[in-house]
Design a protein around this ligand. Structure first.
Ligand SMILES: Nc1ncnc2c1ncn2[C@@H]1O[C@H](COP(=O)(O)OP(=O)(O)OP(=O)(O)O)[C@@H](O)[C@H]1O
Ligand SMILES: [Mg+2]
Length: 259
């Protein structure tokens, strides 16, 4: 029998109070080991989609399956262990140290102190932060360092799926690209399945195996980065044109042409 999809959404709709649903009939499968990036403008439903996957919220209609099992049938603790989540705008607890923040899920799972400490050290090393950072508080870190802690925390219990909600959006482009590439290496080395959200097409092109474009609660296009570059949908073309314009400009500058 073929391996079930790591994540599968079947005709998922999420309606809050208004009459326009936040998500409108989404069907999507993410294969084990795949790196899927979801791109969409503010309000298109990206965070809502991620929250449905790890059951921070439940669909109004349709079904979410994790490894072939209905997410509603999995107990929340198992789900937290199997799915790491990097929150939009970090979400580290300000009154907790780096080590305490990273160890939140292991502590919930009842790991003893020694195992938690060893795991925190291992994770700091993995995300390339000095072990001396374990006693610092979030306000004593740079934005990029905070994001590394956010990634370490998501990986703490050894999940096989990681969901990332615009994890590097608030950073300068160089730091953002460095962190995204570092994370892509972790994804490969740890054989993770990743769904990352961004509004930045360039970032998506840099890390994705596959990209899905979300617009007003619907997926209007999906495919490999190269396939999306050639997509016919006018809004997708417009979206993909931005990085092409930048690339053309850089090409012209490299050829010695000034503005
Ligand atoms: N808890 C909620 N109650 C009511 N409406 C909500 C709730 N959460 C989200 N929405 C609505 O659902 C829509 C999608 O919101 P969502 O947060 O998923 O967008 P997003 O794509 O993540 O945007 P951003 O890029 O700004 O983070 C918005 O219209 C939002 O107002
Ligand atoms: Mg969001």
């Amino acid at each position: 029998m073929p391996e079930p999809a790591a994540i599968a959404l079947a005709d998922v709709t999420k309606r809050f109070d208004g009459d326009k649903p936040a998500l409108d009939g989404i069907s999507l499968a993410v294969q084990p080991g795949e790196f899927l990036v979801i791109v969409g403008i503010s309000g298109s439903g990206k965070t809502t989609l991620l929250q449905l996957i790890n059951r921070l919220s439940e669909p109004t209609a349709g079904q979410v399956r994790i490894g072939g099992v209905n997410a509603l049938a999995l107990d929340p603790v198992t789900l937290r262990r199997r799915i790491g989540y990097v929150f939009q705008e970090v979400g580290l607890f300000p009154h907790m140290t780096v080590a305490e923040n990273i160890a939140i899920t292991p502590r919930l799972l009842g790991w003893d102190e020694q195992r938690q400490t060893a795991r925190v050290d291992e994770l700091l090393c993995l995300v390339r932060l000095d072990p001396g950072y374990r006693a610092r508080f979030p306000h004593q870190l740079s934005g990029g360092e905070r994001q590394r802690v956010g990634v370490a925390r998501a990986l703490a219990a050894g999940p096989d799926v990681v969901l990332m909600d615009e994890p590097f959006a608030a950073l300068d482009p160089l730091t953002r690209d460095g962190l995204a590439q570092d994370y892509r290496r972790l994804h490969d080395a740890l054989r993770l399945t990743t769904v990352m959200i961004t509004h930045d097409v360039l970032e998506a092109l840099g890390v994705a195996d596959r990209i899905a474009v979300l617009q007003a609660g619907r997926i209007i296009a999906e495919g490999t980065p190269s396939a999306l570059m050639l997509h016919q949908h006018a809004d997708v073309r417009e979206l993909m044109l931005t990085p092409r314009k930048i690339a053309d400009r850089v090409g012209a500058l490299l050829a010695g042409k000034e503005r």
